[in-house]
Design a protein around this ligand. Structure first.
Ligand code: PLP
Length: 370
């Protein structure tokens, strides 16, 4: 489990960002409701923490993952700009494609979604159920991104992607703005219960869109908060970029083989990296077994915690936290963060059991039907 403390961390106060229009827009949508924020008192007591919160995104818009807030906000910004595409396109490891197909479908727009060759049938079928056409690419997620960009240019489709690259940044930055709603909801949920904001937040990273949104949110709050990036060892583009000379955005040299399909990205999103580089404190990589252990911990909780159904990528933030307690070479980081009685930790469950067969294999029980 490699880690890297961020030497580029900029401790100065960031400009305040007002993203309230995202929430105002979401409130106009049928089916919108804030996702639950659970307090895991059993687990936080067992770990010796002050408190532990988990925001459960598995119920977001009935899409089993957090990405719907980014997709629906990006589509609304696209419409507001006057664009009326007949077809939108994107690459995905599963969740983004499903969310985009849903958000486009609401507006009567078709979607074509590119998936890497290893994508499991359940995730492809979930995208197709939202009315999209799925194209399988022989290769990785990053190959699917390139193929989609190439075909979209020749076919005249509008790419609506959650990752960004040279020459394509505006829409992915709208997607990240949409994710801010998750953190606004959490702020509000804590506030109404009279609880203070978290001071340690662990976020799982794929291309870094969600982590970048979290970084912008917590750094513009002005409250001290220790931010941890968690990603698979075999798809560690965030940690690799932090370690590269000058902290330059760098592809992972991992095998890009992991059960954490949503985090299986070889390259960091261009628009997300500068803020992540400036605002994240610690980059941590975890093994597949760490994710599986966290899934089981959520499935068979310490009383009185609720049962939470988390997919492989969904449980990765919590897996990073548990690794800081169980991996002997990481335990010294607990003093540095610090993790103890004064800590108010927050993690996100970013997906439900989007691969039910994989969930059953790793957890040992069949997931409930969502
Ligand atoms: C379940 C889940 N969690 C986390 C992420 C990471 O999000 P990002 O790619 O914006 O870093 C993804 C991305 O697909 C995902 O599907």
């Amino acid at each position: 489990m490699p880690f890297q403390l961020n030497p580029y961390r900029d401790a100065s106060r960031w400009d305040l960002r007002d993203m309230l229009e995202v929430r105002a827009f979401l409130r106009t949508l049928p089916g919108y409701a804030p996702t639950p924020l659970h307090e895991l008192t059993g687990l936080s007591r067992a770990l010796g923490l002050g408190s532990l919160y988990i925001k459960d995104e598995s119920a977001r818009f009935g899409l089993e993952a957090f990405k719907g807030v980014g997709a629906v906000w990006a589509m609304s910004r696209l419409f507001a700009s006057g664009a009326r595409p007949k077809m939108v396109s994107s690459a995905t490891d599963g969740n983004w494609g499903r969310s985009l197909a849903w958000a486009a479908g609401r507006l009567g727009i078709s979607a074509v979604i590119y998936v890497p060759s290893h994508t499991v049938p359940a995730r492809i079928e979930a995208i197709e159920r939202e009315g999209a056409t799925v194209r399988r690419v022989q290769g990785t997620y990053d190959d699917a991104v390139r193929q989609c960009a190439h075909d979209s240019a020749s076919e005249g489709w509008q790419p609506v992607s959650d990752t960004s690259y040279e020459g394509y940044t505006e829409i992915p930055s709208w997607v990240m703005d949409g994710y801010d709603a998750i953190f606004q909801e959490a702020d509000e949920q804590l506030h109404v219960r009279g609880l203070p904001a978290p001071n340690v937040v662990l976020i799982q990273g794929g291309c870094g869109g969600l982590l970048g949104a979290a970084t912008r949110h917590f750094r513009s709050q002005g409250e001290p908060c220790y931010l941890v990036s968690v990603e698979p060892v075999e798809a560690d583009c965030l940690l690799a970029s932090c370690r590269a000379p000058g902290g330059a955005r760098t592809a992972s040299s991992g095998r890009l083989e992991t059960v954490m399909a949503g985090l299986n990205c070889g390259e960091v999103s261009l628009v997300a990296w500068p803020d992540i580089r400036r605002g994240v404190d610690l980059f941590l990589s975890i093994e597949d077994e760490d994710a599986a252990r966290a899934m089981r911990r959520l499935a068979r909780p310490t009383p009185p915690d609720p049962v939470i159904v988390a997919g492989e990528s969904g449980a990765a933030g919590l897996a990073g936290l548990l690794a800081l307690f169980h991996a002997p070479h990481l335990t010294h980081l607990r003093t540095q963060i610090p993790l103890g009685r004064g800590s108010r930790v927050m993690v996100l469950n970013t997906e439900g059991a989007t691969d039910p067969a994989g969930y059953e294999r790793l957890v040992g029980v069949r997931p409930p039907t969502p």
